[in-house]
Design a binder for this molecule. Structure first.
Ligand code: PEP
Ligand code: MN
Length: 345
């Protein structure tokens, strides 16, 4: 249910509605638009006449039931695009952001070198896994806390905010202490305790689409994070499972304009995991920009042939530079610009 406050509603009237909801056992989440405040009412089993009770409260303009199963992520609740500030890099504000780095942090020198290479070529955020969700328990699992430390050192050196994955609710505190964006991987898109926990974090979250999840399930997963109070959620399409075997996944770019219609959350595309092949990353990155994604996240490695994970899909720094040059004109053709210089780092 959505309570739209009148443009003339006072702070006291808004507060009064929130108090009333709390009293009745519902949680109210407020979103302030340019003109008016809108309150999303979270709960189930509203009494038949509850809408009428809210509608007569002072300062209330209208009350509508949201028929969609996702509420806080929907444009019905918040028509305007969400813009997330990550240490001065604005995600979702009309500029196009490029996050780049290795699949996994392999060592201190490795991440420092890669951070410099991607930063010099136009990346504005550094990616790198310290806790890796590997298909096999015998594969490299990441450097853990050491990896987080190296990432933080790379940030201090290069000024690039960091995005890294968190896999366990019990590790959110630790990871949050080092990173600027918490990444939820495809395998954890429906790990509800983890989603709830990052919903309580004070850092933005990037929610990757489950490899077999529908767009609606993806939005429902974002709802778990939003409902806990964390409004800074970005979505990431990273490819889904289809009958195709030649590609690691099928990058579903049509989900970008579809999700854009349905949700106000920023949408990032991962053409690396989406294809599994380095030579497909550039064309799919350009396509992601063309369909209106807010940015991309790509894997770059100084020596892909010897990478500890996902080497076949990693760009060399030179290939990354080549992609960045081509990206600029596509982004501009869509009436936006590549985000270049972080305002504050
Ligand atoms: C990653 O980005 O490091 C990763 C493991 O991706 P995904 O969860 O999309 O497989
Ligand atoms: Mn990877």
């Amino acid at each position: 249910m959505i309570v739209a406050m009148s443009v003339r509603a006072t702070e006291e009237e808004i507060e009064n509605v929130l108090k009333r909801l709390e009293h009745d056992g519902y949680a109210g989440q407020m979103s302030r638009g340019a003109e008016r405040a809108v309150i999303g009412v979270i709960g189930t089993g509203f009494p038949e006449d509850y809408k009428d009770h809210l509608e007569v409260l002072p300062g209330v303009e209208s009350v509508t039931r949201i028929s969609k199963p996702y509420k806080l992520s929907s444009r019905d609740f918040k028509p305007t695009d969400t813009v997330i500030d990550v240490r001065g890099v604005r995600v979702g504000g009309g500029e196009f952001v490029v996050m780049a780095g290795p699949c996994a942090v392999e060592g201190r020198e490795h991440i420092l070198e890669t951070a410099e290479a991607v930063g010099d070529r136009g990346a504005v955020m550094l990616r790198g896994g310290a806790f890796k969700p590997r298909t096999s328990p015998y594969s490299f699992q990441g450097l853990g806390e050491d990896g987080l430390r190296y990432l933080a050192e790379a940030r201090e050196r290069c000024g690039l905010p960091v995005i890294t994955e968190v896999m366990e609710p019990s590790e959110v505190d630790l990871v949050e202490g080092f990173t600027d964006v918490l990444q939820i991987g495809t395998r954890n898109m429906q790990n509800f305790p983890l989603l709830r926990r990052v919903g309580q974090a004070r850092k933005p979250v990037m929610l990757k689409r489950g490899m077999s999840a529908t767009i609606e399930e993806w939005l429902m997963a974002s709802e778990y994070i939003l409902a806990e109070g964390n409004q800074d959620v970005m979505l990431c399409e990273r490819g889904i499972r289809t009958f195709e075997t030649m590609l690691r996944n099928t990058l579903d770019l049509s989900c970008v304009p579809m999700a854009r219609r349905l949700t106000h959350l920023p949408i990032i595309v991962d053409p690396s995991h989406g294809t599994g092949k380095w030579y497909l990353v550039k064309p799919m990155a350009l396509a992601a920009a063309a369909v209106g994604a807010d940015g991309i996240i790509v894997e770059v490695h100084p020596d892909p042939d010897n990478a500890w994970s996902d080497g076949p899909q990693a760009l060399t720094p030179d290939n990354f530079g080549d992609m960045m040059k081509a990206l600029e004109s596509v982004v501009e053709a869509t009436g936006r610009r590549l985000w270049k210089v972080p305002a504050t780092v």
